[in-house]
Write a protein that binds this ligand. Structure first.
Ligand code: F6P
Length: 439
């Protein structure tokens, strides 16, 4: 059975029995035809079935009875790209352990500093084995190093060939996935048999078809401490304002979830929901009203919120192609202080920007479990000869998603969805805050 845009490509027919068979684990084998519905609503599935269509769905992740590679003769490589995120080391460790213990694959390389480590003149990769990765999951960051940007796909594929790499595991965000897709296209163009299986990583949680990115919960935990501090500062001063800025370029998941977890935010500002400063419904008036009501106010803002307050032409992009952002935290701090100064009202605003603190922590225990499952399923996919895919997480299930399906898509908070509704309930803020500037 195929389901069109979510069909997973393979290097060839897997003809070797999986070593899991001998380990008496056959009951865990997953058939390629097992699917997780894209749209879980019964109505949608019935509509498709009535019109003779097969409802769209993702291939269920897991071990396959037949594998493509001969593990003792297979060389695998792991590369970590983009910004840091809690749990990268946990994923590296589990990929190595899974390859080594479950599949008897003993030839594992770690590529240094992102896709740049696959450039022509790059530093050589390092050998990885269970001893080398034994306790790395307890540390933040990545033992391999990371970077943004990438050499051309053709140069990377030259390097994969030069290093005799059969399987590549890129760990990274949307830029890394675009890179992985281009690498896979180049591999196919050359008729090579190299699998590319990606593990999505971003604390912004903005990768489509991945409901929860690893490290996200840890980042929220750390960010929650920052909001607690903002609250403590705000309530410790007469007419106190705690202003906290959190990461989240295009998606406000960290900010929204942290507001819910902390339970102390009165105003939550995210990129997906525009807001204005002035007027009877604007941010300034809301802040003033809250102070009048409860003597203090806590505002939590995502770094990508309110970018329309800045001229965009001069800042350029980072090496991953992301537009550089205006500093909404400092902007709000100055403007809120100016508003109250003009009214001759004395307020005490404390600004907290935990910045990289929230993503450099080691993974907490729920993220550790999640990292291990992502890594294990990535290895199952690669050994079965599947390629050009990432590990998805959909309706509580691990899935295989073709990397090309991400093209042109972003995951973001739906302002009419449940998460944002919960935020409005928890903060008590109105659905619309003023009028955002139009140009
Ligand atoms: O993509 C994740 C992220 O942490 C964003 O939240 C943040 O804007 C960005 O990376 C920071 O990137 P850099 O590491 O390049 O400063």
């Amino acid at each position: 059975m195929t389901t069109g845009r979510f069909t997973i490509e393979t290097l060839g027919v897997p003809e070797r029995p999986s070593p899991l068979e001998r380990a008496d684990q056959a009951q865990f084998f997953v058939d390629d035809a097992e699917r997780i519905l894209y749209d879980p609503h019964l109505k949608a599935a019935m509509r498709d079935c009535q019109s003779g269509a097969v409802p769209a769905g993702f291939e269920l992740a897991g071990p396959r009875r037949w594998i493509y590679f001969n593990p003792p003769r297979t060389r695998a490589a792991i590369v970590t790209c983009g910004g840091l995120c809690p749990g990268i080391n946990a994923v590296i460790r589990s990929v190595v352990q899974q390859l080594w213990y479950r599949y008897n694959c003993r030839d594992i390389l770690g590529i240094r500093y992102g896709y740049g480590g696959l450039a022509e003149d790059a530093e050589p990769p390092i050998a990885l084995d269970p001893e080398a990765v034994n306790d790395i999951h307890m540390k933040g960051g990545t033992i391999l190093g990371t970077s943004r940007g990438s050499p051309p796909a053709s140069e990377i594929v030259d390097s994969l060939v030069r290093h005799h790499i059969d399987v590549l595991f890129p760990i990274g965000g949307d830029g890394t996935m675009r890179g992985a897709s281009a690498i896979w296209e180049e591999i196919k163009r050359r008729g090579l048999k190299i699998a590319v299986v990606s593990i999505p990583k971003t604390i912004d949680n903005d990768i489509p078809f991945v409901r929860r990115a690893f490290g996200f919960e840890t980042a929220v935990e750390v960010a929650t401490q920052a909001v607690h501090s903002g609250y403590t500062e705000a309530t410790g001063a007469p007419y106190g304002i705690g202003l906290v800025k959190l990461m989240g370029r295009n998606a406000g998941y960290i900010t929204a979830t942290t507001c819910l977890a902390a339970g102390q935010a009165n105003l939550c500002l995210i990129p997906e929901v525009p807001f204005g400063l002035e007027g009877p419904d604007g941010l300034f008036k809301l802040v003033e009203d809250r102070i009048a009501l409860q003597r203090s106010v806590v505002i939590v803002v995502a770094e990508g919120a309110g970018q329309y307050f800045f001229a965009t032409t001069t800042r350029g992009t980072d090496a991953s192609g992301n537009p550089k952002l205006g500093d909404i935290g400092r902007f709000l701090k100055e403007r809120i202080n100016a508003y109250f100064a003009a009214k001759q009202m004395s307020v005490t605003l404390k600004y907290i920007d935990p910045s990289y603190l929230i993503r450099s922590a080691p993974a907490n225990s729920t993220d550790q479990l999640y990292c291990a499952r992502l890594a294990q399923n990535a290895v199952h996919a690669a050994m079965a000869g599947k390629s050009g895919l990432l590990i998805g997480y959909w309706h509580g299930q691990m899935t295989y998603v073709p990397t090309h399906a991400l093209a042109g898509r972003k995951q973001a908070i739906n302002p009419r969805g449940e998460l944002w509704f919960n935020v409005l309930e928890a903060t008590g803020q109105p659905a619309q805050i003023g009028e955002a500037p139009t140009s």
